[in-house]
Design a protein around this ligand. Structure first.
Ligand code: NDP
Length: 483
């Protein structure tokens, strides 16, 4: 079986730490062995990143942008090949991987490539004397990825970090070690100097090496709330900057004047795309009582037609969950929903897929609940499980929507423009959509309120999180004796 390496100094290097196995979620078959980073490997990686930082931060921003731009082109050229790798690593449908995963990574590199050369400080006139600010990189940044969008997450973290002159050590999730290595190869091919983007493999313990190391200036992690708290705690010992992109249980509010078909599309996109394994999913769907029956009828009818199947089949719309453990967790939540007497409107069963008998497939599942305090309604399931709730008036639904420790995203479906703005202004969520859901172009900042995160990825906002300002005061007059 092929052994997946680490990637240090623009070259693959076998790790000397633990060896673990990587599985295809659609078949349950072992596909690779992966070598983790030992403390010695990690020390080499840090040394390489330090050298890389000297070279990279001294280059002109235009030259850095040119390399990022070339990398974005290479990603696009290899979309098919990389999308196929993403499918065998994650179990998501090829249709999605071809349309979203690699391309959104390439978009991000292209966006920050374009911005690199226009990053600047400001001049502050002080009446004779003056000051200016320099927008400087932080140094070595760590990127720690989740398993649902591996290549996209690697690019979303690397692109702004590198555009600002930082270097990055990236650790993909243990379950999806494949495509971060491809991003590293592409960076090397695009002309990135050695040590600018290194990849280390391994589990949470390897993640802890990153959060503990005093030479690392920043950690950006995508993961669960509990992991985010541990990372922030560990980062506090050396006061690292942190960006935390964490979980959610986001609400979708569907008012009586909404276009019902549009709202059904939004609810399906926000619950069943990528088998429900999306952090910003709108898993609490609040529907106005006057349109409840009509909405349910259309939602169930369309959900029944979704094709759950082999992720490599271009017709498949819902693929396999990432792992056996995760499958069991999702099935336990479904069981809990039934036990706690939520009304099962559709789904709830494992699906057997021909040719993928060892895979982890679950039917898209819709529960209706009369209560907001069931565990399936309150907790992040990270699978294709939608909870439908009913409301009577605007103030009530806003309060219920906000009644969650999470605050990643929210959606509002209405044709009343004043209501849309009024409601959005009251929602406690970092990302709100009106009459659509889960659309995240790289130009717009993305991140959570409350326990869903700290900091923002994408857009100009990310620049703030990968740079520090140095203020320089210039005295134009002779300094007087102050005493
Ligand atoms: P985890 O929190 O389990 O893991 C995330 C990453 O952190 C993995 O690389 C993991 O390594 C690593 N890790 C685990 N423990 C530590 C530690 N103590 N110190 C440093 N690193 C550590 O998340 P999942 O991979 O299970 O991803 C699913 C979660 O991610 C969901 O909650 C989802 O909502 C969230 N998510 C958030 C997004 C956002 O943008 N807000 C987007 C996508 C997902 P290992 O893999 O080896 O365990």
């Amino acid at each position: 079986m092929e052994k997946l390496p680490l990637f240090i100094n623009n070259h693959p290097v076998n790790g000397t730490g633990k060896v673990f196995t990587n599985y295809n979620p659609a078949t349950g078959e072992a596909i690779h062995e992966v070598t983790s980073a030992s403390t010695d490997d990690f020390a080499k990686c840090i040394a390489s990143a330090k050298k890389g930082f000297k070279v990279w931060s001294a280059m002109s921003p235009t030259a850095r942008g040119r390399i990022l731009h070339r990398a974005s082109e290479l990603l696009r050229e290899r979309n098919d090949e990389l999308a196929q790798l993403e499918v065998i690593d994650t179990g998501k449908p090829i249709k999605e991987a071809l349309a979203v995963d690699v391309i959104s990574g390439a978009d991000c590199l292209e966006y920050y490539a374009g911005i690199a050369a226009s990053l600047h400080g400001e001049h502050i006139e002080l009446g004779g004397d003056f000051a200016f600010t320099r927008r400087e990189p932080l140094g070595i940044c760590a990127g720690i990825g989740a398993w649902n969008y591996p290549i996209q997450i690697a690019c979303w973290k690397a692109a702004p970090a590198l555009a600002c002159g930082n270097v990055m050590i990236f650790k993909p999730a243990e379950l999806t070690p494949l495509t971060a290595l491809k991003v590293a190869e592409i960076f090397a091919e695009a002309g990135m100097p050695e040590g600018v983007f290194n990849v280390i493999q391994g589990d949470g313990e390897v993640g802890q090496m990153l959060t503990a190391h005093p030479d690392i200036a920043k950690v950006s992690i995508t993961g669960e709330v509990g992991t985010g708290k541990k990372v922030m705690q560990a980062a506090a010992t050396t006061l690292k900057h942190v960006t935390l992109e964490l979980g959610g249980k986001s609400p979708i509010l569907i008012f009586e004047d909404a276009d019902i078909d549009e709202a059904v599309h939004g609810a399906m996109l926000g619950n069943f795309y990528t088998q429900g394994e999306i952090c910003s999913n709108g898993t609490r769907v609040f529907v106005h009582s006057s349109i409840r029956e009509k909405f349910i009828e259309r939602l169930v009818e369309k959900t029944k037609n979704l094709k759950v199947g082999n992720p490599s089949d271009p017709e498949t719309q819902v693929g396999a969950l990432i792992s056996k453990d995760h499958f069991e967790k999702v099935m336990q939540y479904i069981h809990l929903g039934k036990e706690q007497k939520a009304e099962l409107l559709y789904g709830g069963e494992q699906v057997r897929v021909e040719g993928c008998e060892g895979g982890y497939f679950v039917q898209p599942t819709i529960f209706a609940s009369g209560q907001d305090d069931l565990r399936i309604v309150e907790e992040e399931i990270f699978g294709p499980v939608l909870s439908l709730l009913t409301f009577e008036d605007e103030a009530e639904v806003v309060e219920r929507a906000n009644n969650s420790p999470f605050g990643l995203a929210a959606g509002v479906f209405t044709n009343d423009i004043r209501r849309a703005h009024r409601v959005v202004a009251q929602l406690q969520a970092g990302m709100c959509w009106v009459n659509t859901f889960n659309i995240n172009p790289v130009e717009i900042p993305f991140g959570g309120y409350k326990q869903s995160g700290i900091g923002r990825e994408n857009g100009l906002a990310a620049i703030e999180h990968y740079t520090q300002l140095k203020t320089v005061y210039i005295a134009m007059n002779k300094m007087e004796d102050p005493f």
